[in-house]
Design a protein around this ligand. Structure first.
Ligand SMILES: NC(=O)c1ccc[n+]([C@@H]2O[C@H](COP(=O)([O-])OP(=O)(O)OC[C@H]3O[C@@H](n4cnc5c(N)ncnc54)[C@H](OP(=O)(O)O)[C@@H]3O)[C@@H](O)[C@H]2O)c1
Length: 335
């Protein structure tokens, strides 16, 4: 089958190539999906760049892409409730990354049937960012109706889902974006929009319950300036907290180094008696199913920046790397 493969650590122009590779084999608990659409995420180019080398090293060539929507082509003997020909979507687990290929493998419990009112392109845009928003806002921040949440980068792939999910929970949502995207984030429900080109969010929000930090850098420690005492800061781009480094099974030495790196954030959290957690999203079929229900009910609508043909995937990655996507960048395998 044809697949876009990572050939070495590097950038998207020098280290990706289309190759003919063997169709993946599935185990008893897995499903082979004929890919109709995939979507791309910053983690794809971050892994390619070597950002995760310290945690897990790649063997090349390696597949790229984690989100897929398509049709069940083969089913493992233990899999119940799915049949060949079913339309499904999934965020595949890390060992099976490689959805930019004619076929993708997913564990059955990470797969959900695609709702009829969503196209494959729309379904492929959901899993990684949808699950991240779910795990950050619901599992960790435990965002409640009536609470105030600041969501950074509201116009991105993650932000566009996070805003809509937070609104569905009944929260007041403030978000940061540039002038060009103010209308977009208002349209999907943001109550307060801070245009970072003309305003400093630190002057615009105060005593919030939750900050969802999608930007990292100074944004992580500064989040504690805008939350109330006892508030919560959840980050997907900032420093790793002690609980997360422990859960990841990192060595005592690496955990020590990461704790040192996170000391500014830890101190800021202590001063505000606040919760700080880094969220590393994980595939989860039950949560994906709950998200699918929100899309079926039109509580959340997909926001798609652009669709590229599979042959033009490198172009798609060049666009993603610029960091200016308005919603998700999707790859179409069929039309
Ligand atoms: N830990 C995890 O499990 C996990 C999971 C998902 C995502 N992430 C991380 O979360 C980050 C966001 O992901 P994504 O999929 O949303 O990426 P993305 O789609 O590439 O984000 C692009 C968006 O970011 C906005 N943006 C960039 N700089 C900004 C700033 N200073 N202030 C406000 N908005 C800004 C851009 O808006 P403008 O053009 O208006 O600036 C654009 O709309 C990435 O770093 C990703 O790796 C982590």
């Amino acid at each position: 089958m044809k697949a876009l493969m990572m050939t070495q650590y590097g950038d998207v122009n020098t280290s990706l190539a289309f190759q003919t590779v063997a169709k993946p084999q599935i185990s008893n608990n897995q499903v082979l999906i004929k890919t109709h659409a995939a979507s791309i995420n910053p983690i794809d180019y971050k892994v390619l760049r070597g950002d995760m080398k310290a945690f897990s090293k790649l063997t090349f060539p390696a597949g790229i892409g984690r989100d897929v929507s398509g049709v069940v082509a083969e089913i493992g003997s233990n899999v119940k409730g799915l049949a060949i020909g079913d339309e499904v979507f999934s965020r595949v687990a890390e060992p099976y990354a490689g959805t930019l290929a004619e076929y993708a493998v997913s564990d059955a419990d990470h797969i959900v049937k695609k709702p009829n009112n969503l196209s494959h392109e729309e379904a492929a845009s959901i899993p990684l960012v949808g699950l991240t928003a779910y795990q950050a806002l619901i599992d960790i921040a435990k965002l409640q109706s009536g609470e105030k949440v600041l969501i950074h980068a509201g116009s991105g792939g993650l932000g566009t889902v996070a805003i809509q999910l937070a609104k569905s929970l009944g929260a007041f949502v403030a978000t940061t974006t540039s002038t060009a995207n103010v209308d977009l984030v208002k349209r999907i429900g943001a109550d307060q929009v801070i245009d970072y080109k003309t305003e400093n969010y630190l002057n615009e929000v105060k005593d919030f319950d939750v900050v969802f930090d999608t930007l990292g850098g100074n944004y992580t420690a500064d989040a504690f300036k805008v939350i109330k005492m006892g508030g919560r800061v959840v980050s997907v781009s900032g420093e790793l907290d002690g609980q997360t480094t422990k859960n990841l099974g990192l060595s005592f030495f690496i955990r020590g180094l990461l704790a040192l790196k996170a000391r500014k954030v830890t101190k800021a959290a202590e001063q505000k008696k606040a919760l700080y957690r880094f969220v590393l999203m994980s595939p989860n079929g039950q949560q994906l199913s709950a998200l699918a229900d929100l899309y079926v009910a039109n509580t959340i609508t997909p926001v798609i920046d652009s669709v590229y043909k599979f042959d033009n995937s490198v172009e798609a990655f060049n666009s993603l790397v610029k960091g200016r996507a308005k919603g998700k960048i999707v790859i179409n395998f069929v039309d």
